[in-house]
Design a protein around this ligand. Sequence first.
Ligand code: GLA
Length: 408
Amino acid sequence: MRHGSDASLNIIDQTNVASRRGSCFISRMRATLKTIGNFCALALIANFMTACSSIPKASFGTTKAGEAIEIYTLQNKNGLIAKVTTYGATLVELHVPDKNGQLADVVNGFDDVSGYEGDGNQYFGCTTGRVCNRIAKGKFTVDGTEYTLAINNDPNHLHGGNDKALSKQVWKASKSCCGQSVTFTLTSPDGEEGYPGNLKMKVTYTLTDANELRIDYEATTDQATPVNLTNHAYFNLGGAGSGTVLDHLLTLNADKYTPTDDTLIPTGKIEAVAGTALDFRQPHKIGARIPDSAAAKTEDCKTATLGYDHNFVVNGTAGELRPAAKLKEPKSGRVLEIFTDQPAIQLYSGNFLKSQAGKNGKTYPFRGAVCLETQHFPDSVNHANFPSTILQPGQTYRTTTIHKFSVE
Ligand code: GLA
């Protein structure tokens, strides 16, 4: 600083004392302003650091491959808590109040990363992709080239494949400097899990003071490639591991759905829910019509009687945030509303849950949670009449889903 003021003095030095005094004053002012500036910058950094340090980071264990996994805690001014981990950019815990203000963790998960790497993990809370849901026979063609993916849900490809599915990768985390927000980034290289293009992704979880868990996704590519990202949270608003979700009341803002074959691949038709067990335009208990939900599929559908596993077309304009679903647990009064800009939402009633052991000694029984996965239609890449999932170089994939909690 002194060197700076001397230098500025030297420049004007040749004239007279008055101007020298003036220059002295100016350089002092400069020095003072610089000091204030530095002080402000320090104060700002300190302020940012305080904001950042209000998002605690902890160890979530080590993967089998020896990678250290982190978990971050978001908390809003009303005491809601969301915990997210770098393993699979996964939502691990979500504590929301009931009508008496009593908090409960309403999502399935595990105590540490070893659970997520184990057999009990059925995509609990993860970021799912590169293409969530199914791709028929693991095949698709883009720009005249056929690509072959892993068949991990015989005879189809499911939720991005095997070891390099996004749900099994270790993402890099950064905390926001203001607000309760953590961003995960990952680059999936060209050819990973058979998909073309280097895909750069960003997933941001934000817990707002309006009691919303907001998830923002972004992706870019250097080759045309299908992208369909979602979050695979399993909700039980009575508290994860507290029984089934058959009494939860569900409303879906969907007049139509996409019927499937017996391997859960859409036939390509888009049909009305009216008159079927898929009509959730008025609230219905999830369990009330499960046996009938089979009728909304082809006759020999093997999984139909297990429960719901259907893609609903969200009413309104895709690309605009609009209500997609409302879930209410009558005893606790907890309500979850989902808003999305995605074209569709998968209703999956925990049909393959197998009483696996989860967090805090809880177990997750058959139909013990419900997934409401906002998404593009399954197998879109093989159906020209479905909204396209192809991301082109130069474009940015952007989508937002909001989970808003309240009580009634
Ligand atoms: C999705 C699918 C289901 C099932 C679960 C994970 O929701 O639609 O069929 O694979 O994921 O178990």
